[in-house]
Ligand binder design. Structure first.
Ligand code: TXA
Ligand code: MG
Length: 320
């Protein structure tokens, strides 16, 4: 495993590796992704193997922009409207795949492909250099906590991942919002994410239907248990103080007064954006520190509440 500093020389080399069908971990504004040429089935097969990801779980394909997305898939007028408003950025849209381009492996045989134009300058630079779409799921073992630092990629995937581009900490810290707006009548929210649903609803001019459970396309990204740390996680309305050194207590906001041992928080001042950015980093850290149990406060109302509660509930779920 090698960590590459974000230099022109690194970007040139990594672009060449990607064009040759190798897998490279790259920073995006949401989380680190494990990228490969989305047009090359053998390259993408390595992603599944490295992550231990079941082949029924489709990958997100990263593109430069809307025009690039439309080369690969047909987008509805509503999807185009959302792309124009939020790309580049943490929004993933489903399009109807054009024949003969994205292999079945990438979409798990679905007629649709999930597309996103990332905003991270290094991801954009690589996409400009390679001039191919990049399939990239989060760069962690299947079911684990997504990486928001290059160190998380290395600790989750180990030596199996040959190249990691170091982009420092991810700005959003949670994955993209996934929207299905193929059927112009009923836009669906498949996964809450870094862009709050109400910002998307404002552009669409209609509410998003929460698609979950059985209604959902079988895709383990939406499995009940996912994003899980090693520690047992409990999400509660009322936190107690920890008397026991194997339990970490996580407040949403820094509590007033003296703070004791084993006490943590996601944000100093209650900012939802900061809480989202810090959540996975803290879960990784608490695992490293060896806590067996983590009790975390239910996030209060605010822009990222739906996304944070979704991730915490999945992380806390006992099984799929
Ligand atoms: O922010 C993100 O979206 C990150 C960065 C790297 O871009 N990627 C990410 O990928 O979170 P991943 O694989 O961890 O989650 C992607 C999820 C899949 O688990 C699946 O549920 C959904 O996207 N997905 C992909 N293609 C789909 C499709 N055609 N229909 C429905 N859901 C799809
Ligand atoms: Mg993932």
């Amino acid at each position: 495993m090698r960590l590459y500093p974000p230099t022109t020389a690194s970007l040139d080399r990594l672009a060449a590796f990607l064009r040759q069908g190798e897998v490279v971990a790259i920073p995006t504004e949401t989380v680190y992704g494990l990228a490969a040429n989305a047009l090359d089935e053998a390259a993408c097969r390595q992603i599944f193997a490295l992550k231990g990801r079941p082949l029924i779980d489709p990958l997100i394909v990263h593109v430069r922009d809307l025009a690039h997305a439309e080369e690969l898939a047909q987008l509805s007028p509503q999807a185009r409207k959302l792309a124009e408003a939020f790309w580049p950025g943490p929004l993933t849209l489903l399009g109807l795949r054009r024949p003969g381009l994205i292999p079945d492996l990438v979409t798990a045989g679905l007629p649709t492909v999930a597309l996103r134009a990332p905003a991270h300058p290094l991801a954009r630079d690589l996409l400009d250099r390679v001039r191919i779409p990049l399939a990239a799921p989060s760069a962690n073992r299947f079911g684990g906590v997504s990486p928001t630092l290059p160190e998380h990629v290395a600790s989750s995937l180990g030596a199996a991942v040959p190249h990691i581009l170091d982009g420092g900490p991810c700005e959003c810290g949670v994955e993209s919002t996934i929207i299905d707006v193929r059927d112009s009548g009923k836009p669906g929210l498949l996964r809450p994410g870094a862009i709050p649903a109400d910002a998307l609803e404002a552009v669409l001019g209609k509410p998003l239907e929460r698609v979950s459970g059985e209604d959902q396309i079988s895709a383990p990204g939406q499995l009940k248990r996912h994003y899980s740390p090693r520690a047992r996680l409990q999400v509660t309305e009322r936190l107690l103080t920890s008397s026991d050194s194997s339990t970490a207590i996580v407040h949403f906001q820094r509590p007033a007064g003296d703070v004791g041992l084993h006490l943590f928080w996601l944000t100093e001042d209650g900012s939802h954006e900061v809480a989202a950015r810090e959540l996975y980093r803290l879960l990784h850290r608490l695992d490293e520190q060896g806590y067996a149990e983590v009790c975390i406060e239910t996030p209060p109302a605010g822009p990222m509440q739906e996304t944070l509660i979704d991730r915490l509930q999945r992380a806390a779920a006992k099984d799929s």
